[in-house]
Write a protein that binds this ligand. Sequence first.
Ligand code: ADP
Length: 597
Amino acid sequence: MKQKKKSDVAVLLDYAGSHKRLTFLGLALSAVSMLLSMAPYICIWLVARDLIAVAPDWTRAKDIAQYGWLAFGFAVAGIVLYFAGLMCTHLAAFRTAANIRKQGVAHVMKAPLGFFDSNASGLIRGRLDAAAADTETLLAHNLADIVGTITLFVSMLVLMFVFDWRMGAACLLAAVISIIAMFSMMGGKNAKLMAEYQAAQDRMTKAGTEYVRGIPVVKIFQQTVYSFKAFQEAIEDYSSKAEHYQGDVCRVPQSINLTFTEGAFVFLVPAALFLAPGALAGGDFAGFITNFAFYAVFSAIISTALAKIMFAASGMMLASTALGRIDQVMCAPELKVPEHPQSPGSSRVEFEDVSFTYDGAQTSALSHVSFTAEPGQTVALVGPSGGGKTTAASLIPRFWDATSGVVKVGGVDVRQIDPHVLMDQIAFVFQNSRLFKASILENVRAARPNATREQVLSALKAAQCEDILEKLPQGMDTLIGSEGTYLSGGEQQRIALARAILKDAPIVVLDEATAFADPENEALIQKAFTELTRGRTVIMIAHRLSTVVGADKILVLEEGRIVEQGSHQELTASSGLYARMWADYNKAVQWKITSEQ
Ligand code: ADP
């Protein structure tokens, strides 16, 4: 992928778009502010120089007040520019994060619907949102700090020559040692250890979330935290990796780093002691003391700058993992849109030698499936669980595209139909047809936004929802999910059916799961099905054989293949899988009737 070759910062700046310039301006301001913030130390040096020159007659040092004001002015200007710089980098960072979110959402909108089955929409949103926020620290703070610190080191090199290069070198040596120690913790084979340690931390967080989700199960079955093997292992793995990395790898370099960061004096004082006799003999002892005073005060800046580098390194890592997560969203497959779309000629549905394998799966979910549903016919898909029924149905509205073979609607390959036109042709009701947290009216009207209230009401009636409307305080204007208005699974399914009825599409793809339905609901759902399927081409995933008896064609799918097809009479007459399933079903019904007597 193109983006992988670029550095993380370059990728982020690409997302910043025209706000990239604001980032650069912010960085420049940060560099200038760093220079300004060093100026007061030079003023202090000037004060020390003048005082030492006139000692002990201090009254002769007339300019020191002026230096004081200058120092104050530089400090204030430095702070003002620093904040102005931060303002720029923050504006750019917020805009970059917003662009990441926008581009991510725009990309996800082009993904096939099946993508949302395996990637819950909340998860995608969370991933984008949190990752975008994680990039903010790098762009808003860390980059400015890095530029500021580089400026500091360059100016230190210059100052070394301006004052006393030997004492300057002593300060710089401390800084260099501390930087080497810092990077030794992160570079080479330690980089791998650190990555493992962070991955272990990630796994622990994920396992923790799973654990919290599973608490109800733990409570019901009276288990303890130890029954969550994955969580326990993740904690143990994390603690051993953390101990190894932080204890064995980081202890020595981090001690060196902190010692030299906080104590630039370690070299400065011996250097001064070493140089003092020479300075005394040379006659410029006053100048020597002044320079020493400068470095003694100045070394305080070094530790602040190095601490910022440390934070910058962690900001870089955070942004890098965030970009990885953003990439996962940006790599979501795109539904290919035809350049010259064709219109379907009828409501005929056809599978021609269709095979399909899910991404990453070893075996195909469908192999060489061919069948035709003529306009107005009902084709039922039956067979054992995992046989490929849902997959076959999902290929018609292009939740996924066939790996090989062709799915046709109205004689045209579905990939050659404009996705909007295709969606207009098909109404689908799957087991997980969700209702929005909106009124029933809006939920149903989602299928046809310009439908009138009357049309929505008649769709609700056709879907046998009158009893639901009657018991709700504001009828179809009642908000679902608010103020205790929760609908049972069967009721939700009927509302979803009303939505499909209102859509009035010539093709219906239907999962007749009545798993949630109580007997009363079940009868109503059956009636709603009849209303929905009348006069349309229907592809129905059937779980109970009683619903397929009247189908024009029954396809028996097992391990992704059609093992039998025909009408109910034809299939029961043969002694295949369907006949066995039918016999089992009858036995179960008989048993139910007998046990109820
Ligand atoms: P059915 O509807 O007949 O129960 P499915 O079409 O759901 O069967 O599944 C067919 C096969 O495809 C099964 O082996 C199932 O494990 C696999 N499968 C279904 N959905 C996915 C998915 N999103 N990713 C990977 N494999 C899947």
